[in-house]
Design a protein around this ligand. Structure first.
Ligand code: NAP
Length: 463
C-alpha cells in the first residue's frame, strides 16, 4: 500500500480521520507535528515562542523528508504544504487527501486548543487570513478533497476508503469522456493509453487526468512535459489532449472525470473565463486571459502563468527601454510582465489601433511600426507569429537590430527563429521562446502540485 497523506488546515480533522484510516487499513499513523515534538523534546507552541516559526519549519521539513515510503497514514501540520520541498517528499508515491471545513467549524474545533502564534490576530481572523493565504497550496496538495464539515471522523474515513478503492468519476462519466476524446485528433497510441486509464480492465482508480485544452492542440508540447514530470516525481497522473471547438464541452468533460487541471491554449484563453468559478488577480483584469485552470474541491480557478514566463528571463533588465511587437493575447501578458519590471514600454503593431488599446490598458506608449528605429530600445520582444514555422520572415530588418539590444522572440517553433539568428549574428543577447514555455509550464506545475521543478529538469524534457 502506498502512503496516504492527509493535508489541510488545523481543525479539519486530520488526526481523528487519520486514526480511523490507520485502524481500518491496519497501518501506523504518523503525525508530523507529533514527530517534531518527539524529535526536539519540546511542544510546538514552545518552539514557536522560543525560536520562531522558521525553526519549526526546518524541523518539520526534516521530519517530512524522513517519513517512510509506504504502508503508512500520515497526518501533516497545517502549514506543511506551503514548502515545495515538503510537497516533493509528500507527493512521491503518496495519495494526498485534502480535508476541508468552513471557518465556523474550524473555529469551534480550535476554540480550546493550544495554538502556536502564527499571527497576532484573534482566532477567527487568523483562520480566515491563513485559509486565504494558503488556499492555493492546499488545492495543490489535493489528489482528492473530503469535506469534514458535517460529518464524523468515522464517516469521513469511510468516504476516503471508498475513494481509495473506486476513485472519483463513475464508469458512466469515464465512458462519456472516452467518447469525447475519440472525436479529437489524439494519436492512436495516446488514445489507447487514455482508454486504459479510463476504462481498462487493470485501471488504477487513483490515476487522475490533466490536459491541454485547445483547438487545435495536438501540436502541444505540454503532454510530453507533464507526463515526464509525473514520472520523475512519482505522481499518479496522466496528461492528455482535450481538443474540441467548444470550450464549454471541454470544461464539462474535465469536470465529469474530475480532472486535476487544464492548460489552456488558443483560442480559449479569454472564453474560458466565462466557464470557471474564479480568476486570479493577474489573469482577471489586467491581462484578461487564463492559460491554466486548477480544479479542486468543486471549484475551478483560472490563472495566467504566461506573463511569468515572459518576466522570468528578463528580471536582470528591470527599468529597460523596451519595444513590444504585436498586440494580441500573448502581447497582453508580455506587456503586463514588462510593466511589472518597471520598463518603459512602447507597443508596435501591424494594426496601430490595437496597439493603442493595449498600451492604454497597461499605461504604455504605442506607435507606428516605423517608430522602431527612433526608439533604439534596450530590449525587443516579438509577440507576433512572424518567424513561426513555416513562416520564415523576421519582424525586424537586420539593420534594425543594434549591438547590445536584447532580443526575446516568444515564437518557439522553431526554437531558433530568423529573428534570433539575425540577433546572434550581431552578437546581441538573445532569449528564445522556449524560455517562456519552460517558465510558464513550471508555474503551472507548481499551481497544480505544489512542487517547484528546477528549470534544468523542464529544459531536459522540453528540448
Ligand atoms: P494573436 O492573439 O493572434 O496576436 C497576434 C499578433 O501578431 C497581433 O498583434 C497581430 O497583429 C500580429 N500579427 C499577426 N500576423 C502578423 C504579420 N503577418 N505581421 C505583423 N504582425 C502580425 O496571437 P497570440 O496568441 O498573441 O500569439 C502570438 C505568438 O506568440 C504565437 O504565434 C506564438 O508563436 C507565440 N506564443 C509563444 C508561447 C510560448 O510559450 N513561447 C506561447 C503562446 C504563444 P494584428 O492586430 O494586426 O492582427
Amino acid at each position: 500500500m502506498k502512503r496516504i497523506v492527509l493535508t489541510g488546515f488545523r481543525g479539519t480533522g486530520k488526526t481523528e480521520v487519520g486514526k480511523v484510516l490507520a485502524s481500518r487499513l491496519n497501518l501506523p499513523l504518523l503525525d508530523t507535528d507529533a514527530l517534531v515534538e518527539q524529535k526536539t523534546g519540546r511542544s510546538i507552541p514552545s518552539i514557536f515562542h522560543e525560536e520562531g516559526e522558521e525553526r519549526f519549519r526546518i524541523e518539520e521539513r526534516e521530519v517530512i523528508a524522513s517519513l517512510p515510503a509506504d504502508n503508512v497514514v500520515i497526518s501533516t501540520g497545517g502549514g506543511a504544504v506551503i514548502d515545495p520541498r515538503n510537497m516533493e517528499h509528500l507527493r512521491r508515491q503518496g495519495i494526498l487527501i485534502l480535508l476541508t471545513a468552513d471557518i465556523d467549524t474550524i473555529e469551534l474545533r480550535l476554540a480550546n486548543a493550544p495554538r502556536p502564534p502564527l499571527t497576532n490576530l484573534p482566532l477567527r481572523e487568523e483562520i480566515s487570513a491563513l485559509l486565504d493565504q494558503r488556499r492555493q497550496h492546499y488545492y495543490a496538495s489535493a489528489d482528492f478533497c473530503i469535506d469534514t464539515r458535517e460529518t464524523t471522523p468515522r464517516a469521513a474515513g469511510e468516504k476516503i476508503l471508498r475513494v481509495l478503492t473506486e476513485g472519483m468519476p463513475s464508469l458512466k462519466h469515464r465512458t462519456t469522456a472516452l467518447e469525447f476524446f475519440k472525436t479529437g485528433r489524439i494519436l492512436p497510441l495516446a488514445l489507447r493509453r487514455l482508454e486504459s486509464v479510463l476504462v481498462g480492465a487493470d485501471r488504477d482508480p487513483l490515476t487522475r487526468i490533466m490536459g491541454v485544452a485547445g483547438y487545435p492542440c495536438s501540436h502541444s508540447k505540454s503532454p510530453a512535459l507533464f507526463n515526464g514530470l509525473f514520472e520523475r516525481y512519482g505522481l499518479n497522473y496522466h496528461y492528455t489532449w482535450f481538443e474540441d471547438p467548444e470550450i464549454a464541452e471541454i470544461l464539462k468533460i474535465a469536470r465529469c472525470i474530475d480532472a486535476k487541471g487544464l492548460s489552456v491554449t488558443i483560442p480559449f484563453k479569454q472564453d474560458v473565463m466565462e466557464y470557471i468559478d474564479e480568476v486570479d488577480e493577474h489573469a482577471a483584469r489586467p491581462i484578461g486571459a487564463v492559460n491554466s485552470v486548477v480544479f479542486a474541491c468543486g471549484t475551478a480557478i483560472g490563472y495566467n502563468t504566461d506573463w511569468l514566463g515572459v518576466r522570468k528571463p528578463l528580471v536582470h533588465l528591470k527599468g529597460a527601454k523596451a519595444v513590444l511587437l504585436g498586440a494580441g493575447g500573448v502581447a497582453a501578458a508580455a506587456a503586463y510582465a514588462l510593466v511589472d519590471l518597471d520598463m518603459d514600454v512602447t507597443i508596435l503593431n501591424r494594426t496601430p489601433a490595437t496597439a493603442k488599446i493595449l498600451a492604454g490598458r497597461f499605461g504604455c506608449t504605442s506607435a507606428d511600426w516605423d517608430a522602431f528605429d527612433r526608439i533604439k530600445p534596450d530590449l525587443v520582444v516579438n509577440a507576433t507569429p512572424l518567424g513561426m514555422d513555416p513562416d520564415t520572415r523576421s519582424p525586424l530588418k537586420d539593420e534594425q537590430i543594434l549591438p547590445g539590444m536584447t532580443v526575446y522572440d516568444l515564437v518557439y517553433t522553431p526554437p531558433e527563429t530568423p529573428l534570433i539568428q539575425a540577433a546572434r549574428k550581431k552578437g546581441c543577447p538573445t532569449i528564445m521562446g522556449t524560455e517562456m514555455f519552460i517558465h510558464q509550464a513550471r508555474e503551472q506545475f507548481y499551481l497544480n502540485f505544489g512542487i517547484d521543478v528546477p528549470d534544468a529538469i523542464i529544459r531536459e524534457l522540453v528540448l
